[in-house]
Design a protein around this ligand. Structure first.
Ligand SMILES: *Cc1c(COP(=O)(O)O)cnc(C)c1O
Length: 381
């Protein structure tokens, strides 16, 4: 078994950790929908780790074990959504704690954190990604409990140096949590750069097929804080259904193939459209012109992700008209699936959004890249 430790993470992912059912030899794990687990005649549980299905569902184990393995952590938990996973981290803090988050990040989570922290008595500060000293200025040594970051950041794909953020957080006695939904463990393993927790919206790349809403956390250490998070999931019950957890482990088998393909196509699209007369800019960390390129090259291995944005000349109206002309890209929110999606972020986020009104976000999928480029070319006119 020791030899397995040396296999590449994609081998373990593709094979579901070399799964074979001990009774039948089935190479695919079963869906286990049972909500409760039986006891023997002495009233002992037949399986000591399974009593009630609120959070002891054996169907979760395959995806949790693969995630633990490929993120290089000690344990993982699945949740009913990415938001539920992030919420469990914040709910494990105490009133009076202080947290620091970036000004630009997944807007739904930023909004929730701002509202929840205000009600729960947690002080929240936001740091400016473009000021290299701002995170250090915002953390309060001895008081800050959590620094939360996302990299690359939705939807400008600014890159945060995880290693530096971990040093700043740890020097202040805080934990670092990284929303790694966009980078995926294929490209970045935040724990290797010092992160304490990694969060995923498994709805996106991990599942990859647009048919499951789920979330996940991976911890570097099974410490007291992790125990609190486990308790929040067990008691508050933000768990995925058995079938969703099963679909997730199935989707994850092709994670490496899908992400690598998306990186190649996104790079080709970014390179093709950089300098296009209809665009003010192409935002993609793989381009040397992107301010985060240097840090991205250090902390993303094998590609720069499948997400990029266009800032369209002519403002919001021109951006919406361009989106309206697309025939291959599907107009829809979300990201990380095999179907390429296009969206006008400002319309989704509304008037409080810091997102430029002419920004169009692309999630590059698994279609022929020539079709995708031709579609964007004709849409830009
Ligand atoms: C989608 C998303 C989330 C929220 O995840 P859900 O699964 O939709 O709850 C959080 N962070 C990022 C970066 C996302 O893209």
């Amino acid at each position: 078994m020791d030899k397995l430790k040396h296999l590449a993470p994609e081998t373990d992912t593709v094979q579901g950790l070399h799964y074979a059912d001990p009774q039948t030899g089935s190479i695919i794990p079963p869906v286990m929908p049972s909500t409760t687990f039986a006891r023997d005649e002495n009233y002992e549980l037949i399986s000591p780790s399974h009593s009630y299905g609120r959070d002891q569902n054996p169907t979760y184990l395959t995806a949790e074990r693969i995630l633990t393995r490929i993120e290089g952590g000690q344990a993982a938990l699945l949740f009913s959504s990415g938001m539920a996973a992030a919420a469990a981290v914040v709910q494990s803090l105490k009133p009076g704690d202080h947290i620091v988050i970036p000004k630009v990040m997944y807007w739904g989570l930023r909004n929730w954190m701002m509202e929840f922290c205000a009600k729960w008595g947690i002080e929240l500060d936001q740091f400016d990604l473009n000021d290299p000293d701002d995170l250090e200025d915002k953390v309060q040594p001895g008081r800050t409990a959590l620094v939360w970051i996302e990299s690359p950041c939705n939807p400008t794909w600014d890159v945060i140096d995880i290693e530096t953020a971990a040093e700043v957080a740890h020097a202040a006695g805080a934990r670092l949590a990284v929303d790694s939904t966009v980078a995926t463990p294929v490209l970045t393993r935040p724990i290797e750069f010092g992160a304490d927790l990694v969060m995923h919206s498994a709805t996106k790349y991990l599942n990859g097929h647009g048919d499951v809403v789920a979330g996940a956390l991976v911890t570097a250490k099974q410490d007291e804080f992790w125990e609190k998070i486990c308790k929040v999931r067990a008691e508050a019950g933000a768990i995925p259904g058995s079938f969703e957890a099963w679909l997730l482990q199935r989707g994850m088998r092709t994670l490496y193939l899908r992400v690598r393909h998306a990186c190649q196509s996104a790079m080709a699209i970014a390179a093709h459209f950089e300098g296009h007369p209809g665009l003010e800019s192409v935002l993609y960390p793989g381009l040397e012109s992107h301010p985060g390129h240097g840090v991205a090259a250090k902390q993303m291995q094998g590609g720069f992700g499948g997400m990029l944005s266009f800032c369209v000349k002519g403002g919001e109206k021109a951006a919406l008209a361009m989106v309206g002309r697309c025939q291959v890209f599907i107009r829809a929110t979300s990201l990380g699936g095999v179907e390429s999606l296009i969206e006008h972020r400002y319309s989704i986020e509304g008037p409080t959004s810091p997102i430029p009104r002419n920004l169009v976000r692309l999630s590059v999928g698994a279609e022929s890249v020539d079709d995708l480029i031709a579609d964007l070319d004709q849409a830009l006119g």
